[in-house]
Design a protein around this ligand. Structure first.
Ligand SMILES: NC(=O)c1ccc[n+]([C@@H]2O[C@H](COP(=O)([O-])OP(=O)(O)OC[C@H]3O[C@@H](n4cnc5c(N)ncnc54)[C@H](OP(=O)(O)O)[C@@H]3O)[C@@H](O)[C@H]2O)c1
Length: 242
């Protein structure tokens, strides 16, 4: 018996990194999984229903949710993980990059939570575990020069989690904030500023980073706990990051 048998999961940002690993980990524990992301061809490699969608587009997210319900059933485990990180010195910042980060990391996460909240409440009302997992970052409570806007989006995720936990927890939905430290993924590959990108590479080369599978294991473990128990805030960092 696997721990997530009979669960129906949605993972956003599943085309790479933490999202892809989480989709795999949840499926391995027995969940039926819908994998969201824009590069739909990559989703077909997963043991999941591939759903090509841009989480910034509220209508597209609503349509994607309808497809999940029609093909898998009502989700009871939603991992809002899609994210973008574009560091730059503030005096060289491009507002289009702020829009990309705020639009994905905050507004896209909200669209995801909003379209599935009724499904989660329904599962909880039946006494079943219901999880809304919001992927933040240690950047939500630590400071990183050149990443002010990215860190601000993750601070928003942290406080949003606390507020949604207060609102939905009494009705049985477990709202969680998972905050990874340095994890080797494609995050930051799209950075325009080459010196900041190089610095990120140095951080990653300077210690034994986490693997996406490490974060995925934490999420799958927390989701498998009894319905009475919410692992509400989970900071997962490389040991050497301190
Ligand atoms: N890696 C780290 O060190 C680290 C540390 C702390 C927190 N995090 C957080 O972990 C989450 C996952 O990041 P990762 O490290 O796994 O990076 P990643 O490999 O770059 O994955 C990011 C995922 O987000 C998706 N995404 C981006 N914009 C999207 C949009 N508009 N609509 C739908 N999907 C979108 C990407 O898919 P498409 O481009 O195909 O749409 C991709 O699947 C992010 O929220 C990130 O902030 C990562």
């Amino acid at each position: 018996m696997t721990t997530l048998q009979n669960r129906i999961a949605v993972v956003t940002g599943a085309t790479s990194g933490i999202g892809a690993a989480t989709a795999g980990a949840l499926a391995a524990e027995g969940a039926k999984v819908a994998a969201f992301g824009r590069r739909e061809d990559r989703l077909k490699e997963l043991d999941a229903l591939p759903v090509g969608v841009d989480v910034r587009d509220a209508v597209a997210v609503r349509d994607a949710a309808d497809r999940v319900r029609a093909e898998l059933g009502r989700p009871d485990l939603v991992v809002a993980n899609a994210g973008v990180m574009l560091g730059a010195p503030f005096e060289e910042a491009d507002p289009a990059e702020w829009d990309a980060m705020i639009g994905t990391n905050v507004t896209g996460l909200l669209h995801t939570a909003r379209v599935f909240v009724d499904d989660l409440l329904a599962a909880a009302a039946e006494g079943r575990p219901a999880d809304l997992v919001l992927v933040g970052s240690v950047g939500g409570h630590q400071v990183f020069p050149n990443y002010a806007v990215y860190c601000a989006t993750k601070a928003a995720v942290a406080h949003l989690t606390r507020n949604l936990r207060a609102e939905l927890g009494p009705r049985g939905v477990r709202v969680k904030n998972v905050e990874p430290g340095i994890t080797s993924t494609e995050l930051g590959d799209g950075m325009r500023d080459l010196s900041i990108k190089e610095q990120l590479g140095q951080w990653r080369n300077g210690l034994e980073t986490l693997r996406a599978e490490d974060i995925a294991a934490g999420i799958a473990w927390a989701a498998g706990m009894p319905a009475r128990m919410n692992v509400a805030e989970m900071i997962i960092v490389p040991t050497a990051q301190g």
